[in-house]
Design a protein around this ligand. Structure first.
Ligand code: ECH
Length: 319
């Protein structure tokens, strides 16, 4: 018998996730557009989280470059309007192009725009702009989050911007995937408490950006991958497309785990550890749990990735 998706979604129910992230994003969404942009500016420039300069690689920005050049030529008022349209998800030509960008191109676009704002080439948030009390409350909440949670909020606000009529998910072919790391350079993963082949091999392949090998560890029929705060992505093809877009350059540093055999021969495995994004490199380690449901053949039927509420959760190995 195959366990239903709902039943495996609830495995290791004591895992505490960072629910402050979606509530903060929901509160942010209710703010007016000026406040949203000003808040992001303060959050980004004042929290002192530095982006690794190598991350937004030039190749990634080919699609955004035309629009960035266009923006540079505009009057300060028009530049501000472009930013307002993006944040308001208005239907404008630039907002449509942005909506079709991949995740990393969206982040790279704002990274560049932020640099241009700092150097004065693009209109800044007017000096002396006072954010409302509501916006200030959201900013204070963001300040109280841990670094991994802060960058997750920033990332999600950037991804929600722009106009995307089709709401296309992970079908953007613009980013050629980088070559997987050569076999001779790969590192074996060892995780205290876990010896399941599929789990160890998943981490090794993901750290080598070998997404084809990683997906081969999943069941053929409707495997599911559930990213933090998202609905599960179902099917091998959709998962590989997602990995190609989202997992280039991610570094997974699992620390420990627990494995449980169920009467039907299937298994549930939870591991916890850190994940680093190429955007922030070693500056930010996100506290993560991976919850795997393995079928009796040891194949991955379901994998949930959770952003944890606190570093203490890294040690939570209860059922
Ligand atoms: C300025 C002011 C005006 C408005 C805006 C501005 C610019 C903002 C900028 C923001 C940049 C933000 C960035 C955020 C990057 C965050 C990255 C994160 C990555 C998390 C990845 C995880 C991976 C988990 C997974 C694992 C698996 O095993 C399976 C797959 C997967 C200031 C100009 C907007 C520039 C760069 C949070 C957790 C482990 C689920 C992917």
């Amino acid at each position: 018998m195959v366990a239903s998706l709902e039943s495996v979604q609830n495995m290791f129910p004591s895992t505490l996730i960072a629910s402050a992230v979606p509530t903060t994003i929901a509160a942010f969404d209710k703010l007016n557009i000026e406040d949203q942009l000003a808040l992001l500016w303060y959050a980004y420039t004042e929290m002192g989280r530095s982006i690794t300069p190598a991350a937004p690689g030039a190749a990634r920005l080919i699609l955004a470059q035309g629009i960035l050049d266009q923006i540079k030529q505009m009057s300060p008022a028009a530049q501000t309007q472009v930013m307002r349209d993006l944040a308001a998800r208005a239907d404008s030509p630039i907002s449509r192009s942005y909506g079709s960008f991949s995740v990393n191109t969206k982040l790279g676009f704002w990274y560049e725009l932020g640099e241009m704002m700092q150097s004065g080439v693009v209109a800044r948030i007017p000096a002396g702009y006072e954010i409302t009390g509501d916006a200030n409350a959201v900013l204070e909440t963001i300040k109280s989050l841990d670094a991994g949670q802060q960058i997750t909020v920033l990332r999600n606000t950037v991804l929600n911007m722009g106009f995307d009529p089709a709401q296309t998910d992970y079908k953007k072919p613009e980013e050629p995937s980088a070559k997987p790391v050569a076999f001779s350079l790969r590192t074996k993963s060892e995780i205290a408490g876990v010896s399941e082949y599929a789990v160890l091999s998943y981490i090794e392949n993901m750290n080598a950006f070998d997404f084809k090998a990683a997906i081969s560890l999943f069941v053929t029929e409707s495997p599911a991958l559930q990213p933090p705060f998202q609905k599960p992505i179902i099917g091998r093809e959709a998962i590989v497309a997602y990995m190609n877009e989202e997992c280039q350059g991610l570094k997974m540093l699992p620390q420990q785990g627990i494995s449980e055999a169920l009467p039907d021969g299937s298994k549930q495995v939870k591991i916890t550890g850190k994940v680093q994004t190429p955007w922030f490199g070693v500056n930010v380690g996100m506290n993560i749990a991976w919850r795997f449901a393995l079928n009796p053949q040891g194949e991955i039927r379901y994998l949930a990735v959770d952003l944890l509420a606190s570093p203490q959760e890294l040690l939570n190995m209860q059922r």
